[in-house]
Design a protein around this ligand. Structure first.
Ligand code: ADP
Ligand code: MG
Length: 352
């Protein structure tokens, strides 16, 4: 009840926009379902409304607007700050959906991971200029731990709201320069299971490099979208039965691997890893046994990092990347894992 009343009241009092209100700038991305631009308001009512990101989307834009509005009300800090979404009807049939966010920053986790400086470049962005520990595995581990904690925190917000993202990858994790933390973007493939929005998986939207082996977040026997009130009553049970959030956990585990193993940060490296893991029936321990004897320096470095503190990082990783969704940890349980008990980056900055 109150969720819908709140949404309605909020709509009444928020400013509304149309396409003419914006000037488009540089193109930031282009996919099969939309184009993303940097931009601004043509007449700035106040200086703080300066930098924006605008997405022009096809028919899936309607779901993406819905997801963003839900996130803004339920777990705003998990995702990029959403401002407004609307349908711009054109003379051609259909029209196009526009989505507007605040410009959070220049770099995604993908951009940051492509640098030779990773993860030290992230340390600088989170803390400013500090040099507490000498460069080395321990310091890298603290930075990676802090990034993982921020991603899992944002993901836990989404999952607690009933949203599965389904496209978690470094390209969809933006560093917010204002809050100095990572946030999730791109809810274009997301599913809200509590109200049955986008219930049937659109598997063609998924990125094969990061998808969990089950591909579908719900078993194919699950009936198609029930009407909203029924779905609200039923879906917590379905959620328990199918654990659809574990789909995102698998993808997040792959990001953890890419941060630990420099050789997996390239596309070809990740694809090769996926092939090897599949050959090991998605058993990470078996994969490790098969590659360790002939591991080069980059692989060895990753194992060393994950083996710090009695292998607590490796333990967390193997609880995320598992074949069976049911055996994977949840975002909330992962945050309580001893891997995160050790001091992270903030403690490091206080040591100054
Ligand atoms: P798609 O992947 O469908 O093209 P995204 O929503 O992922 O669309 O956006 C594409 C790119 O635009 C992102 O990878 C990121 O570089 C940039 N971007 C998206 N939203 C923001 C934002 N709020 N702030 C800064 N950059 C953004
Ligand atoms: Mg994207």
């Amino acid at each position: 009840f109150d969720m819908f009343v709140l949404a309605f009241v909020e709509r009444l009092f928020r400013p509304t926009f149309k396409k003419d209100d914006f000037v488009l700038g540089k193109k930031l991305g282009e996919g099969a379902f939309g184009v993303v631009y940097r931009g601004s308001l043509s007449q700035k009512p106040s200086s703080k409304e300066g930098d924006l990101v605008l997405k022009k989307a096809t028919e899936y834009g309607a779901v993406e607007i819905w997801m963003n509005e839900r996130v803004r009300r339920a777990c705003a800090s998990s995702c990029a700050d959403f401002i407004y979404g609307f349908l711009e009807s054109s003379s051609k049939k259909g029209g196009e959906y526009w989505l507007i966010w605040r410009f959070e920053g220049e770099s995604t986790l993908y951009d940051l991971m492509q640098s030779k400086e990773f993860p030290y470049n992230v340390e600088t962005m989170i803390l400013g200029e500090v040099q507490a520990l000498p460069k080395g595995l321990e310091r890298e581990d603290r930075i990676i731990q802090t990034i993982m904690r921020q991603i899992l925190f944002a993901l836990d917000g989404l999952h607690s709201t009933g949203i599965v993202h389904r496209d978690i990858k470094p390209q969809n994790i933006i560093f917010s320069e204002g809050s100095r933390q990572f946030k999730i973007i791109d809810l274009g493939a997301a599913a809200d299971l509590r109200v049955g929005i986008n219930y049937i998986p659109k598997e063609f939207l998924l990125d094969p490099r990061y998808t969990a082996p089950e591909q579908y977040i719900m078993s194919t026997q699950t009936p198609s979208a029930p009407s909203a009130p029924v779905a609200t009553a039923l879906s917590p049970v379905l959620w328990q039965m199918n654990l659809p959030d574990r789909f995102d956990i698998y993808s997040t585990g792959l990001i953890f691997m890419q941060m630990a193993f420099p050789s997996l940060r390239t596309d070809s490296g990740l694809i090769q890893f996926n092939r090897q893991l599949k050959r090991c029936d998605y058993d990470l321990v078996a994969w490790r046994k098969s590659v360790q004897p002939r591991a080069g320096p980059e692989l060895r470095k990753g194992f060393e990092l994950l083996d710090l503190d009695g292998g607590i990082g490796w333990e967390l990783l193997t609880s995320m990347v598992r074949y069976k969704a049911r055996q994977r940890t949840s975002a909330k349980a992962a945050l309580a894992h001893p891997y995160f008990d050790r001091e992270g980056l903030l403690a490091l900055s206080f040591m100054q």
